[in-house]
Design a protein around this ligand. Structure first.
Ligand code: NDP
Length: 337
């Protein structure tokens, strides 16, 4: 660990260990703690700051409020040959995915396609860590999560949708997988909170205040206002689909049904997650065609494609965080719930 003025350079392994202690100290099982710690640290290390270390406060507050069960043991069932179902038992979605992963991959490889339906789960993270490993195994994966009512569908007068991220990962043989992952709102809630903390003024079109007027003040959006979907009616429709695909298919909550008012400090949306897996080995030459496609993108002048940036930096061995953040984590790790 190297300490500089105001910041600390800490190895990825040491930071994962510290975060795992934070989560165990706040009621998580060893399995959950190591999964969440890896998720946060890898997001931070690859520049996904809106879902990196910054989120630890939200996890800890949710765990301490009793809203989420850090020791939940997911139940995995097979429904039909290609429908893997997990009841997360009010635990974290990544833990449910971990429990069902081997069966899900086996079903994808056997059927060519399978769906993983997770319900009763909490997700406060980026989706790319959930699906990139599938692409690294040669599989295509698509994932969706809904969150909590903070975005107004086009044509509506009140927030019904979550920030509802959508993610896609596909293998490109011999190259970095093509992976994209973004909120279907004009800005993610994490970036909105970071903008508010920094006192930034937003560009127009991100959200509205409590009276429904467009605003560039992140605090007004966070305090009684709402985000809007990206891309007008197009993003709004994609977000509607995500509500239906996630809450409708899993039996979990719609974003507008998430009610954490009895759990002060809770920040982890209690909803569900869908992952659709496809085995391109069943296709007619996906491996060659995907490579041709990347060549076409490069010939068209694209120097990069979604996923490549992270692929290039993700093996960095250390993370720089503020000293205040490091001290905060150390305190969390020592305070036993
Ligand atoms: P961004 O707007 O930052 O977009 C990120 C995606 O776009 C990445 O796949 C990124 O690839 C790609 N990308 C960004 N810029 C470019 C570019 N110039 N050229 C090509 N590709 C580009 O994402 P959001 O802020 O909307 O979302 C951030 C995160 O928040 C996501 O990981 C999402 O899952 C998460 N989230 C989670 C929620 C939850 O409830 N769990 C709710 C909402 C969001 P690359 O990284 O390779 O650059």
């Amino acid at each position: 660990m190297t300490v500089q003025s105001g910041s600390v350079d800490v190895s990825v392994a040491a930071l994962k260990g510290l975060l795992a202690r934070v989560f165990v100290s706040n009621g998580c099982s060893a399995t959950t703690a190591s999964i969440l710690a890896a998720n946060c640290v890898e997001a931070e290390a690859s520049g996904s700051l809106s879902h990196g270390i910054f989120r630890v406060d939200g996890y800890v507050a949710s765990l301490r409020s009793g809203w989420v069960d850090g020791a939940a043991v997911p139940e995995v069932y097979l429904k039909g040959s290609g429908y893997v179902f997990v009841d997360a038992g009010n635990g974290f979605a990544q833990v449910a995915l971990h429990a069902a992963r081997d069966l899900f991959v086996q079903r994808i490889r056997e059927n060519g396609v399978a769906i993983l339906s997770i319900r009763g789960s909490h997700h406060l993270a980026a989706l790319w860590p959930d699906i990139t490993p599938f692409a690294e195994q040669g599989l295509i994966a698509i994932s969706m999560v809904n969150s909590f009512g903070c975005s107004i569908p086009v044509g509506a007068k009140k927030p019904l949708l979550g920030t509802n991220p959508f993610a896609f990962a596909a293998p490109i043989s011999g190259q970095a997988p093509l992976v994209f992952d973004f909120a279907t709102t004009s800005m993610s809630n994490g970036d909105l909170q970071l903008a508010a903390r920094k006192g930034l003024t937003l560009p127009p079109g991100i959200g509205v205040d409590s009276s429904g007027e467009s605003t560039t003040d992140p605090n007004k959006i966070l305090n009684g206002g709402a985000l809007v979907p990206f891309g007008g009616h197009k993003g709004s429709a994609i977000s509607l689909m995500i509500e239906l695909m996630v809450a409708g298919l899993t039996g979990g909550k719609f974003s507008s049904e998430v009610d954490w008012s009895a759990h002060a400090g809770a920040q982890t949306p209690h909803t569900g997650q869908i992952i659709i897996g496809i085995d391109p080995a069943f296709s007619d030459g996906f491996s060659d065609r995907s490579n041709q496609f990347i060549t076409m993108l490069r010939d068209a002048g694209m120097e990069s494609y979604p996923g490549l940036r992270r692929w290039r930096i993700e093996h960095k061995g250390s993370v720089t965080i503020s000293s205040a953040m490091f001290d905060n984590l150390t305190e969390y790790a020592m305070e036993v719930k």
